[in-house]
Write a protein that binds this ligand. Structure first.
Ligand SMILES: N[C@@H](CCC(=O)N[C@@H](CS)C(=O)NCC(=O)O)C(=O)O
Length: 303
């Protein structure tokens, strides 16, 4: 059995994310609203559903922690495993909002006839009982701008003057890094795999050169571009190298990328979000990639 999705509100054990050549094609997310005019009365109204294992959710959790939004928005963490029934909750990772068993129940609360993947992250409005947005690249911007007034720390990850450049970098690295690792890992033919893995390592070489004399992707300050790229780098050696077969080199052999990654990790708000056990659990329990679900002990994180 593999992942499933909702079709007209019913759970279906169906996984349609490949073309006939074996290329991985990610489905687009379906909730793309935003929030306007948040006031003090909205404290506790919004929830973020997330996983420390998922890179798309991880970027959102990083923004949440960097801004210090915990007194305004609640964060709910799913069990780090996608089952045949999708994301789910346990006593260790409970849904403290509705006490649901499966994340799909949240999607159905928002749209009882929903058709699509049941993905995280999710920005949930508990007053209107709707999913506001389930696209990480949108949610990080919503948190940064609309929730800024209610954040503990005065950080702007999308400063107006650099916004276009940040968005360009997010799009570029989405294709060349974030999603590229998935195209390698979920390739369904040898040719597709080899094509994708070679391209990925060409892009890693380019990134390593780019980072030879800089600490951040844009100018000399942390931005949404770094936060969007970093989750992929953090998963590389501990998951993608093994389970996705992204193994022409380890990431730690790219010295500039490694320095850049470790420098970002020195930020306590970022370090707090990096949970190796959640990442390994999520990826090594994907049945089509690792039917035994055995989680490797290594690699050692030491340099
Ligand atoms: N484009 C979405 C992608 C989200 C996504 O694919 N999340 C994965 C976890 S890494 C998921 O929830 N997968 C469950 C499924 O597809 O059933 C975003 O950036 O938010």
């Amino acid at each position: 059995m593999s992942f499933g999705m909702l079709v007209d509100g019913e759970w279906s054990y169906h996984w349609a994310e490949h073309d006939s050549y074996g290329n991985f094609l990610r489905m687009n997310t379906k909730f793309s609203n935003t929030i306007n005019d948040i006031t003090e009365n909205d404290r506790g109204r919004y929830y973020l559903y997330a996983s420390y294992g998922c890179p798309w959710a991880h970027r959102m959790i990083m923004v949440y922690e960097l801004l210090g939004l915990d007194r305004f928005v609640k964060l709910i963490i799913v069990e780090p495993h996608i089952s045949d029934d999708g994301w789910y909750f346990t006593s260790e990772h409970p849904d403290t909002n509705y006490h649901m068993r499966y994340l799909r129940e949240l999607y159905l609360r928002s749209d009882s006839q929903y058709t699509g993947r049941v993905t995280i992250p999710v920005l949930w409005d508990s007053r209107d009982e709707v999913i506001v947005n389930n696209e990480s690249s949108d949610i990080i911007k919503i948190l940064n701008s609309q929730f800024h007034e209610f954040s503990t720390f005065d950080i702007d990850l999308f400063p107006m003057a650099d916004c276009a450049a940040i968005n360009d970098q997010i799009t570029y690295y989405y294709h060349s890094m974030n999603n590229a690792c998935y195209r390698v890992g979920f390739a369904k033919s040898q040719d597709v795999y080899e094509f994708e893995v070679r391209n990925l390592f060409i892009e890693l070489e380019k990134l390593d050169c780019k980072l030879s004399d800089r600490e951040y992707l844009i100018n000399d300050q942390l931005s949404g571009a770094d936060i969007s790229l970093l989750p992929t780098l953090l998963r590389f050696d501990i998951a993608y190298y093994g389970v996705f077969k992204c193994n022409l080199k380890m990431l730690k052999d790219f010295h500039n990328i490694e320095r850049y990654k470790n420098n970002l990790l020195e930020n306590p708000a970022i370090m707090k979000t990096f949970k190796v056990d959640h990442i390994k659990s999520l990826y090594y329990k994907i049945p089509v990639l690792n039917p035994s679900a055995i989680i490797p002990l290594g690699p050692s994180m030491a340099n």
